[in-house]
Design a binder for this molecule. Structure first.
Ligand SMILES: C[S@@+](CC[C@H](N)C(=O)[O-])C[C@H]1O[C@@H](n2cnc3c(N)ncnc32)[C@H](O)[C@@H]1O
Length: 335
């Protein structure tokens, strides 16, 4: 063995060892990151009002409003938009207005005079309905005082005088029985710790002859196909990351509505196909316009977590673990 070989052989070994060590560190770092991202960070806590607290934070940060506009719900994408590149040119926020129009159509409501928006966010839908039906009075309720404040300010800014907002727990509403012609609940059921009470309360305040409409994320019915351990893990993550106690199936919502004894002509549907594009679309709007986040390093980690959760949601809705529940019914005139 020459001197050169004598030196090169251990060097090559050392280099290989170094490369191996770097690979191991990178692999460990990825494993750690995946573990951290997959561990829910905003687990539902009724005592601490985790839902109100998180929406307060989202509202005062303003990032959600910047990207999602006045609507904290998914958008509706027709066939052309689902199949075409770049969502067929569909604007992310326009898709949310389309969703409301489709939900209104689904509800079969005809010129309601008193409307209750249960879990109203910052009031985008309440104001939209108030403008669409100028003779109506729309009441939006939320568990987040910051949302109530922002919704009220936006109504004043937009000159919408027939929409008002209150902090009120949907599970313990102060309204009289038979008050509203239309009870609207868009993506609030996910946060309810008692889905039976949620539906019963809405059925109680609905006027005979009025319409109730619910849009909410649901998990598939287990039936004779129990969740696999992997599905269970995914659900636990999806519950805990955005402070949901649990989800139920569309079929279970239908049964709960039936059991209230107050609702009839119950119709249910799954709008997963029409809403799935919204998950990744919401990541893309951030990628196209990242500056509001880049300027605020304090929010980076939260935004990374949210983008991760949006992707897991996309996959869960695509593989059928999750479904997009749409439910509507009326209250018979005899109640
Ligand atoms: C995903 S946001 C939907 C907001 C709004 N419906 C929209 O479409 O823009 C969920 C809303 O449900 C409200 N919420 C959750 N739990 C609630 C409760 N127990 N009582 C009243 N509102 C509640 C939250 O405060 C938030 O406004």
């Amino acid at each position: 063995m020459g001197v050169a070989q004598f030196v090169a052989a251990p060097l090559a070994l050392a280099n290989r060892g170094m490369l191996g060590a770097v690979c191991a560190v990178v692999a460990l770092a990825f494993a750690w990151l995946a573990r951290v991202l997959n561990t829910p960070s905003r687990v539902y806590d009724k005592e601490a009002n985790s839902v109100g607290r998180e929406y307060d934070a989202w509202t005062s940060e303003g990032i959600l409003e910047y990207y999602w506009g006045e609507h904290i719900h998914l958008g509706y994408y027709g066939e052309k938009e689902r199949k075409g590149p770049f969502y067929g040119g569909k604007d992310f926020i326009e898709a949310k207005y389309d969703f409301i129009d489709k939900m209104l159509e689904f509800s079969q409501a005809q010129a309601p005079l008193k409307v209750l928006d249960v879990g109203c966010g910052i009031g985008g839908t309440s104001r939209y309905i108030a403008k669409k039906f100028p003779k109506a009075t729309v009441t939006g309720i939320t568990i987040s005082p910051e949302q109530q404040r922002r919704a009220t300010a936006l109504a004043a800014e937009r000159g919408v005088s027939n929409a008002k907002f209150e902090v009120c727990d949907a599970l313990d509403m102060t309204y009289e029985d038979n008050t509203f012609d239309l009870v609207w609940a868009c993506e609030s059921g996910e946060h309810m710790p008692d889905k039976v009470k949620y539906v019963e309360e809405m059925a109680r305040v609905l006027k005979p002859g009025g319409r109730i409409v619910i849009a909410t994320w649901c998990q598939r019915e287990e039936g004779d196909k129990p969740f696999t351990p992997k599905e269970r893990d995914t659900l636990d993550y999806l519950y805990g990351e955005w402070t949901h106690p649990y989800f139920i199936s569309i079929e279970e919502y239908g049964r709960i509505m039936q059991r209230t004894g107050k609702l009839q002509k119950i119709v249910t549907a799954d709008w997963a196909t029409e809403t799935i594009p919204a998950w990744r679309h919401s990541v893309w709007v951030g990628v196209w316009d990242p500056w509001p986040v880049i300027r605020r390093p304090k929010l980076w980690w939260k935004v990374i977590r949210d983008a991760w959760c949006l992707e897991i949601m996309h996959r869960a809705f695509t593989n059928g673990l999750m479904q997009y529940g749409m439910m509507t019914a009326t209250k018979p005139a005899t109640n």
